[in-house]
Design a protein around this ligand. Structure first.
Ligand code: NAG
Ligand code: MN
Length: 489
């Protein structure tokens, strides 16, 4: 999920941010350059800056509908591997993936970072955060996903519509943009919606885990509304990413109480989902840290333990983000497998980090081997519907052409498609599965079956151990396994 937004709430905030930036720059002995605050336009001043959502003509002129041209194509605006209608292992490629465009990165990502101002000035942007601008962006979103040939999109409430000075005002803004989205949506669908519970200063101590009851209530109201509009737009899932649900210091934190509050919040979300007849899956997106020092939904194992402890295991699944997996010290494959074997694999936020950078860079995943292992998990899971692959990924700050938005998504889709083709080859080949089967074949025996059924006690096992004496233990064949994997890449 995104971490930087050009929306500045108060003048005092601006000053604080400026001072912090100056301090950082001085500490790092960088030469100080004035960094422009992005121009913003609070919703209440909407008419003063950006008063029209009219946009004449296309947002992406000169970019055609993206087609599959196959491996011989050199066209950067064509698919080489992703062929939506082609069947792989009995399912169309488009149904394996259910690719989704993330509104926040693609349409609200500006290229700003803690050290620098925005770098992307899309032609349709007028530099404001007005309601008119929000509507224009929504039109751009639908032209983009239509040209890309994707059926799904994902959103955060505050990214598609401007916040308000009151909850009522924020809800009214959201309603207006959502009404337009519903009208423009046609056959396109919402993969998931979510509430942005981390940007506003009120959420500095967390949302559902805030030490302030008023903030807990505000977060509940915001999630209630976000669930309603996700339902209204026909969303198939609803995501909770607890950006600030964690702590900065245990000294001032009652962790047990905060976790209890988080569980009560999720229980209330389940109850409200049922009340409004929302049939979508509720998903929790694990992430170990950033922005907090410790985030409660650390990884798939931690989150599934949390769900089990509070009796929520049947009500939630997990949205595994690959960059979050690596931040928690795991591979994406590990997180997917952990979710899968717990019956919790619900959605994938398809992105990656940089191996030399320790934070959440949200890059498009373009590593073929990683894509292959991801698809092995997805195939074992029998697919991922009603979830999908959401491109929670953004252009690099230095990529500033409109066509880069297309190239990045095309490359991301092609890489995943290549992963699917490779995984299918690996399964059809069968030698990797055979290697794994052989490793455990000693359990495919009478005693092994008793062990696996929980019917082998220690006395029985001791008798066997004495009878067998010292054993020759077989090789794990890791290098052979790696060689087999690489043979399909
Ligand atoms: C599977 O792949 C391995 C490694 O490339 C190869 O040696 C083997 O012949 C293949 N087996 C089948 C059944 O295709
Ligand atoms: Mn991320």
């Amino acid at each position: 999920m995104r971490k930087f937004q050009p929306y500045i709430y108060h003048k005092s905030m601006k000053m604080k941010a400026g001072k912090l930036l100056l301090l950082l720059l001085c500490l790092k002995a960088f030469s100080y350059a004035v960094i422009a605050t992005p121009q913003t336009c609070p919703a209440k001043d909407g008419t003063a800056c950006g008063d029209s959502d009219d946009w004449k003509g296309e947002f992406f002129p000169g970019i055609p509908k993206i087609k599959y041209e196959g491996l011989s194509s050199k066209n950067p605006l064509a698919f080489k591997w992703y062929n939506a209608e082609e069947e792989i292992l009995g399912k169309k490629m488009k149904d394996w993936f259910r690719f989704s465009v993330a509104f926040w990165h693609t349409f609200r990502g500006t290229g700003s970072d803690p050290f620098g101002a925005p770098t992307k000035y899309w032609p349709w942007e007028d530099g404001t955060n007005s309601l008119a601008m929000a509507k224009r962006r929504m039109r751009a979103n639908f032209e983009f996903i239509d040209k890309l040939g994707v059926d799904w999109w994902c959103f955060h409430d505050r990214d598609i519509a401007p916040d308000g000075n009151t909850l009522e005002e924020a809800n009214a803004n959201l309603d207006e943009v959502v009404a337009l989205a519903k009208e423009l949506q046609g056959k396109k669908k919402v993969l998931w919606g979510t509430a942005q519970l981390f940007m506003h200063p009120r959420y500095m101590h967390g949302a559902a885990t805030s030490s302030e009851l008023g903030v807990y209530a505000y977060a509940a109201a915001q999630v209630k509304k976000a669930m309603e509009v996700t339902h209204y737009l026909g969303g198939e899932n609803y995501v909770f990413w607890g950006g600030r649900e964690g702590y900065q210091s245990l000294l001032n934190t009652d962790m047990e109480r905060e976790l209890n509050h988080l569980a009560r919040f999720f229980e209330a979300a389940v109850a409200y989902k049922k009340k409004i007849g929302f049939k979508g899956t509720l998903l929790i997106e694990p992430k170990p840290q950033e922005p907090t020092k410790h985030q409660y939904d650390w990884d798939a194992a931690t989150t599934s333990n949390f769900l089990r402890k509070y009796g929520l295991i049947g009500e939630f699944k997990l949205n595994i983000e690959c960059n979050h997996a690596t931040l928690s010290g795991h591979s994406c494959h590990h997180e997917l497998e952990t979710a899968r074997i717990n019956g919790l694999l619900g959605n994938i936020d398809a992105n990656t980090g940089d191996p030399q950078v320790g934070w959440d860079t949200d890059q498009f995943l373009v590593d073929i081997q990683e894509a292959t292992m991801i698809m092995l998990s997805v195939i074992k899971n029998g697919g991922i519907a009603p979830g999908g692959f959401n491109f929670d990924a953004k252009l690099r700050r230095e990529s500033t052409d409109v066509e880069d938005l297309f190239i990045a998504h095309i490359f991301g889709m092609d890489t995943m498609a290549r992963g699917l083709r490779n995984a299918a080859k690996l399964i059809e080949n069968g030698s990797l599965a055979e290697l794994v089967r052989k490793r455990y074949q000693s359990f495919d025996t009478e005693l092994g079956a008793l062990v696996e059924a929980g019917k082998a006690d220690f006395e029985m096992l001791e008798k066997k151990a004495k009878e067998w004496g010292e054993l020759k233990v077989a090789s794990a064949k890791q290098e052979l396994a790696e060689m087999i994997l690489q043979s399909v890449l």
